[in-house]
Design a protein around this ligand. Structure first.
Ligand SMILES: Cc1cc2nc3c(=O)[nH]c(=O)nc-3n(C[C@H](O)[C@H](O)[C@H](O)COP(=O)(O)OP(=O)(O)OC[C@H]3O[C@@H](n4cnc5c(N)ncnc54)[C@H](O)[C@@H]3O)c2cc1C
Length: 456
């Protein structure tokens, strides 16, 4: 069998033919990981090569990149290019109140930040990085239409003429997103679990243009949030001085804003400070140009079919975007899968089972956390109890950095497995409850003591 000697010269593992379905963020990163290990990689992407497109249709123009994503990018050598040269650091949420006042809430310690990066830039950088390996072959305009995953056989339809052809690989990696065709094939297998949940909210992207001198119209190093209870709006900075503004709202509310007048009244009432920044004309034209998109959360498993197929990224665990972790978790999948494969010397059977078993609880945990943050961002973030708890957590984290790690910090600024982040938070909540009960008991005892002293 054809074998490869690894970077440190001591690994000796089989050289595989790997077919990656989906050339989005996760698929392209995964291509570099497999290529780096010397495998023959074929990347199949439904769309044309986005590097040659004027306009790339699709969702979310920019994304928040945090430590898990950065660690994976670093392993394929493009972290610096993405973060230092293109990312815009965001050190805090900037809360916009109804009266126009603003209040920053830091994400963590002073130097801790997440980065706003352009989806297109990132996808293009990942494609170019993958193609630098001579063992990576990109096939664009190729749509997976069916597969026999047990045998590593796939059928693709070449776009736009729908010419069909067959492909075989020793390992099929499904990185084809939330509505994955690879996963659909897996669902035909017995004992495959699947659930999906649409939330009542959809999202629509708007834009705050740069000022006339090309600078940002709001303080740049923040993720701006307009929490309004049942709905909210956020804005992330872009390199060109503009902001991508995302309006999250129940579909029925979107439906009510059916005329320019209703839309402008709504913005005047709920987002009065954002309205002049977007501009009335631009708001109306951008709002009515697109329909709001739905948001789905997907849980499924196992992620593998024997020793021939695996799903990663949104194909395995799509989540609502409120923790800014979908891409980060997908990038972490690539890094962890690579580590497990190396550990098993690319013996696919045990490696894929181990990846699926260990990754699934963590992926489901971050899907749950993202759903929880859906409430936190639009509502809780404005409550006094939330802010008091945040200060309390930060204080304890400063005093005991290794023992008391706030939930957001563990998810965004650490590599703690996501399920462990939840367990950690549950333990902290128990400690806080105990502390408050003890304090309450002490106060009651003191009151009783004083009443008793004065009465007798
Ligand atoms: C509004 C919004 C904001 C978000 N913000 C953040 C954020 O701030 N931070 C973060 O970490 N995550 C964020 N996410 C999540 C992030 O976008 C996803 O987790 C990420 O894009 C997943 O990457 P992926 O490669 O798995 O899937 P995708 O990006 O969906 O890529 C899948 C690829 O597969 C291709 N494909 C699909 N079907 C086929 C087929 N049959 N044959 C061949 N190719 C196919 C598609 O064309 C696509 O290129 C956000 C999501 C949304 C909706």
């Amino acid at each position: 069998m054809d074998t490869t000697t690894g970077a440190n010269g001591c690994e000796n593992y089989p050289k595989l033919k790997v077919a990656i379905v989906g050339g989005g963020l996760v698929g392209t990163l995964s291509a570099s990981f497999f290529a780096k290990r010397g495998h023959e990689v074929h990347l199949y992407e439904l769309r044309p090569d986005i590097r040659h497109l004027e306009h790339v249709p699709g969702r979310s123009i920019n994304l928040a990149l945090s430590i898990r994503g950065r660690a994976a990018l670093k392993e394929v050598g493009i972290e610096e290019q993405v973060v230092q040269r293109h990312g815009i650091p965001m050190f805090a949420r900037m809360i916009h109140n109804l009266d126009g006042t603003t209040k920053p809430i830091p994400y963590g310690k002073k130097d801790q930040c997440i980065y706003s990066v352009g989806r297109r830039f990132l996808n293009e950088a990942l494609l170019t990085a993958a193609e630098k390996y001579s063992n990576v072959h990109c096939h664009f305009n190729e749509k997976l239409v069916s597969a026999n995953l047990n045998q590593g056989k796939m059928t693709f339809e070449r776009q736009p003429n729908k010419e069909v052809h067959n492909v075989e690989a020793q390992l099929v990696v499904g990185a084809d997103g939330a509505f994955s065709s690879v996963r659909r094939q897996m669902m035909k297998q017995p004992l495959f679990d699947f659930s999906q949940t649409y939330i009542p909210h959809g999202y629509l992207e708007l834009c705050i243009p740069p000022l006339s001198d090309g600078s940002h119209a709001m303080p740049k190093n923040y993720l701006h949030i307009w929490p309004r209870g049942r709905f909210m709006m956020i804005a992330l900075p872009n390199q060109d001085g503009s902001w991508t503004v995302t309006l999250f709202m129940p579909f029925e509310e979107f439906g009510k804003l059916s005329t320019p007048e209703k839309l402008l009244d709504f913005f005047q009432q709920y987002y009065p400070d954002a309205l002049p920044l977007i501009g009335k004309e631009k708001l109306v034209s951008d709002y009515f140009a697109y329909k709001p998109s739905p948001l789905v959360s997907v849980k499924c498993g196992p992620y593998n079919i024997g020793d021939t197929a695996i799903i990663i990224g949104d194909a395995a665990h799509a989540m609502v975007p409120f923790y800014g972790q979908g891409m980060n978790a997908g990038f972490e999948d690539c890094r962890l899968l690579d580590a497990v494969l190396l550990k098993h010397n690319f013996d696919l059977g045990p490696a894929l089972i181990e990846f699926s078993k260990t990754r699934r609880p963590d992926a489901e945990a971050i899907c749950n956390l993202a759903m929880y943050n859906y409430v936190e961002m639009r509502d809780l973030v404005n409550r006094k109890t939330f802010l008091i708890r945040k200060h309390f957590d930060n204080l304890l984290h400063t005093l005991m950095p290794d023992l008391w790690i706030p939930l957001y910090t563990s998810v965004t600024f650490s590599h703690m497995p996501y399920a462990q982040c939840i367990k950690n938070k549950e333990w902290q909540d128990k400690m806080v409850d105990r502390f408050l009960s003890t304090m309450a008991a002490v106060v009651v005892a003191m009151i009783a003591y004083f009443v008793y002293s004065f009465a007798f």
